[in-house]
Unconditional design. Structure first.
Length: 324
C-alpha cells in the first residue's frame, strides 16, 4: 500500500499506552520494540508478499531476506522467525517446499531459529516471516532521529522494483537480472554488524516507499537532505527497463505522494523515476556524523555489495529532499 493510504488509516487507530512499548506503529518505524528489562528489548516485525519471480526457491530466499531486514534496521539481532504462507488448495506442494526451503536457509544464515509458522489456502501464493529480535534499549536505532550534518550512506543500489518487473515481462535477460538477484538475497546482517560499532544517528531499510519515501520519513519534517545524483548507486538494468517503458504502480504512488517534498535538479530524468521505485529487500539507509561516517563507509565498502555515500542531512530548507 502507498504511504498516503497507510498514514490516513493509521492516524486515528486506538494506540497502546504502556511504558514498555518503546516503538509503536504511530512512529512509522521499521518494527515494534518492547522493553523487557534494563538491558534487553524485543524487536517484533513481519513481512510477506506475492512472488515477483518465477523460481519458488529464489522467492523464498528473497522474502526471508526482506523480512529479516527490519530487525537489522533497528540495530538488533534476529532471534526467532515464523513462516507466513498462503497457497492455493490442490496445487503441487513441491513449489511450496522450495519456497520454505529458501526461507529456512536465510533464517539459518542470519543465526536465528525457525520455529514453525502459519498457512492458509488462498488463490495467490504469498510468503514471508514474522521475526523477533533483540536489542539493548539504549541502542535502538529509529528511522527519524537523524541530525543536521549527518552523512547519508546507502548499502545497496536501488532500482530493484523496475528490474524485477522488467525481468518478469522479458524486457531484460537473466544475466541482466543477476545483480538484482544477488542483492535481494544478501542479508543486511553484514552491514548491520559493522554499523553497530559506530554512533549511528538513524537507520531504516529502503523498501516499498522507495529511497525518497524512506528518506522523507528519516527527515521527519524537521530537516532536509541534499543528495548527489552521481553518487546514488543504481542497478544498470533499471535504466534499461525504464527505456523500454517498464513502470510500477508502487513507484507511481510514491511519486504522487512525495512530489511536494522532492526538488529534483539533476539532469537525469530516469534517476528521478528510480528514487521513487519500491524496493524489495533493499539496503540500509544510514545517517551518521561525518567523522565517524567516513570510517564506517570504509568498512562497509569491503562487503560483497559496496556501500555509497549519497548525501548529507542539512537544516530545514524550502524542499525536504534536494537531488543535485
Amino acid at each position: 500500500m502507498g504511504p498516503g493510504s497507510l498514514s490516513d488509516i493509521l492516524s486515528d487507530l486506538p494506540k497502546s499506552k504502556d511504558e514498555r512499548l518503546l516503538v509503536g506503529f504511530e512512529e512509522t518505524d521499521d518494527a515494534a520494540v518492547v522493553k523487557l528489562s534494563d538491558d534487553t528489548a524485543l524487536i517484533q516485525t513481519l513481512d510477506f508478499f506475492p512472488s515477483m519471480v518465477n523460481d519458488p526457491y529464489l522467492f523464498g530466499l528473497i522474502a526471508a531476506t526482506n523480512a529479516l531486514s527490519d530487525v537489522y534496521a533497528m540495530g538488533g539481532e534476529a532471534l526467532v522467525a515464523l513462516n507466513i504462507v498462503t497457497y492455493p488448495d490442490g496445487e503441487d506442494m513441491t513449489m511450496l517446499k522450495d519456497i520454505l526451503r529458501g526461507g529456512a536457509e536465510k533464517v539459518i544464515e542470519s543465526g536465528a531459529m525457525l520455529a514453525g509458522g502459519h498457512s492458509i489456502n488462498d488463490p495467490r501464493v504469498k510468503y514471508g516471516l514474522s521475526v523477533t529480535g533483540t536489542v539493548h534499549p539504549d541502542r535502538i536505532l529509529k528511522n527519524n532521529t537523524c541530525q543536521e550534518g549527518d552523512m547519508l550512506i546507502l548499502t545497496k543500489p536501488i532500482g530493484v522494483g523496475l528490474v524485477a518487473k522488467g525481468y518478469g515481462t522479458d524486457k531484460i535477460s537473466a544475466e541482466a537480472f543477476e545483480p538484482a538477484k544477488k542483492q535481494m538475497t544478501w542479508l543486511n546482517k553484514y552491514a548491520a554488524d559493522m554499523m553497530r560499532k559506530y554512533p549511528v544517528s538513524s537507520c531504516t531499510d529502503v523498501t516499498g516507499f522507495g529511497l525518497a519515501g524512506h528518506l522523507s520519513e528519516m527527515l521527519d519534517g524537521r530537516l532536509s537532505a541534499e543528495l548527489t545524483a552521481a553518487d546514488i548507486p543504481v542497478l544498470d538494468a533499471a535504466y534499461t527497463c525504464l527505456e523500454q517503458g517498464v513502470t510500477t504502480s508502487g513507484g507511481k504512488k510514491n511519486r504522487e505522494y512525495l512530489l511536494s517534498v522532492v526538488d529534483f535538479r539533476a539532469d537525469n530524468p530516469l534517476l528521478e523515476e528510480i528514487i521513487y521505485d519500491p524496493q524489495t529487500s533493499g539496503g540500509l539507509l544510514i545517517a551518521i556524523p561525518e567523522a565517524e561516517g567516513a570510517e564506517l563507509l570504509k568498512e562497509l565498502s569491503s562487503l560483497a555489495i559496496p556501500s555509497h555515500r549519497i548525501g548529507t542531512v542539512t537544516a530545514r530548507q524550502e524542499w525536504e529532499i534536494i537531488v543535485k
